[in-house]
Design a protein around this ligand. Structure first.
Ligand code: URA
Length: 234
């Protein structure tokens, strides 16, 4: 008796495949649904990243934090502000720069017509270092990968680095903040303006003058670069 040759099987077996599993309908549907749920826009990508970070234990800060401080604001505006790490109020609320430094920062930005709807604020580390100590090199290295992922998603037109920790990680330098501030540097082709951290201003009010000079530079840069961006604008 001659054996019927199915042309499909003949083709498949020519690739060395001898078994094919057909996905049940409900699994196929689930895969399609999951793929449809992958967001396309910047806010969607950021939301997915935030969801994936939940419960992060990639460094020791995970075991002492109350909340991960992912960052907040408008990720489409093209202006990214980077601090060092959450303090007690930020850890408590899960929101960046909401303590004393944050209140001062809001005032500084208001002086050049910026508010949280026109920028996005994040930190080098997303969990509070105990007793507000400076994050270790290892913690900064591990966690700043997420900040770098956020930068890749947002593609900001300007990054404002607040203080030494932010400048050190983004610019890979150990040059002091006094020499770096007030100048435009670069992180992967994105301009980075370095200025003092607001906590330093709370300790040394004399630093308000140079920060004001830096804000004027920032304002001129934003006006020229068309920042903040409108929603959907590249
Ligand atoms: N200081 C920071 O560097 N980041 C915050 O979020 C709060 C205080």
């Amino acid at each position: 008796m001659s054996k019927m040759i199915d042309p499909f099987w003949e083709a498949v077996s020519s690739f060395g495949v001898d078994q094919v599993f057909v996905l049940p309908e409900w699994i196929r549907k689930k895969v399609e649904e999951d793929q449809a749920a992958i967001p396309e826009g910047i806010p969607g990508k950021m939301a997915l990243m935030k969801k994936n970070l939940a419960g992060c234990m990639k460094c020791d800060l995970g075991s002492t934090r109350k909340n991960i401080v992912f960052g907040e604001g408008n990720p489409e505006a093209g202006i990214l502000v980077v601090g060092e790490g959450p303090g007690a109020t930020e850890d408590e609320t899960g929101r960046p720069f909401v303590g004393r430094s944050g209140k001062l920062l809001d005032k500084i930005f208001a002086s050049i017509d910026l508010d949280r709807e026109k920028l996005f604020i994040a930190n080098i580390v997303k969990c509070r270092p105990p007793n507000n100590r400076t994050p270790s090199a290892g913690e900064s290295e591990t966690c700043s990968k997420f900040l770098k992922q956020q930068i890749e998603i947002m593609k900001p037109g300007i990054i404002i680095a607040l203080g030494a920790s932010a400048a050190r990680i983004l610019l890979e330098t150990r040059t002091g903040i006094g020499l770096l501030r007030g100048e435009f540097h670069s992180y992967m082709d994105t301009p980075v303006l370095v200025t003092y951290h607001p906590a330093a201003l709370l300790r040394s009010p004399a630093l308000k003058r140079p920060v004001w000079e830096d804000m004027k530079k920032l304002k001129s840069f934003m006006d020229e670069a068309g920042l903040p961006r409108e929603p959907g604008e590249k």
